[in-house]
Design a protein. Structure first.
Length: 187
């Protein structure tokens, strides 16, 4: 079971692939379109998504087969995924499956501190990760659910630099103004 076509699409390319519709309708439909780039044999299982005629038409036009019905079981063995069972009908064989996860930020501490959220429900920040609370930065996928590991690490680096500038450099300037010339320790 995979979540990211960019992370795992290549390793399952040219296989019989399936995409199971999740809670985020738009994400699930986009994922089915993306997976089609990796294989000519893609099945979209809408699961509990009631596809509109235009959505169905777009998927079919791209060569994505649609199998309606509620997914009741993922069939697998010690070697991996074997297929999908629906409430009605036979098992549909698939070598690999993708499903759109439900993105939930782990922001309990940040919201308890009073950090503002953006319109999508993620912690609102500027480009360095500074939140609405003075002295609090929030990088990575607590801010942006699309932030993959490399992006989250880069955001963490930007936040660390901003924190350093905010606290240590400001403290050094304050000390210098008061006649102390020793900089704050870097450790």
């Amino acid at each position: 079971m995979h979540f990211c076509p960019y992370c795992h699409g290549y390793e399952v390319r040219d296989s019989a692939l399936g995409v199971i519709g999740g809670e985020d309708r738009a994400f699930s439909l986009r994922q089915a379109q993306l997976i089609r780039q990796w294989s000519d044999d893609v099945v979209f299982f809408p699961h509990r998504i009631d596809l509109e005629a235009q959505e169905r038409e777009q998927l079919v036009a791209r060569g994505v087969r649609i199998v309606d019905g509620e997914v009741t079981r993922i069939v697998s063995d010690e070697t991996g995924v074997r297929g999908v069972e629906l409430a009605e009908g036979p098992m549909i064989r698939r070598a690999a499956l993708f499903v759109g996860p439900r993105f939930v930020p782990s922001d309990e501490l940040l919201t308890a501190l009073g950090c503002e959220l953006n319109d999508e429900g993620w912690v609102a920040t500027d480009r360095t990760g500074r939140t609405s609370i003075d002295g609090v930065w929030a990088p990575g996928n607590v801010v942006d659910h699309t932030a993959q590991l490399i992006n989250a690490a880069a955001a963490g680096s930007a936040a660390a630099i901003a924190l350093n500038n905010h606290y240590l450099v400001a403290a050094d300037v304050e000390k210098a103004l008061n006649g102390h010339t020793e900089p704050a320790p870097a450790n």
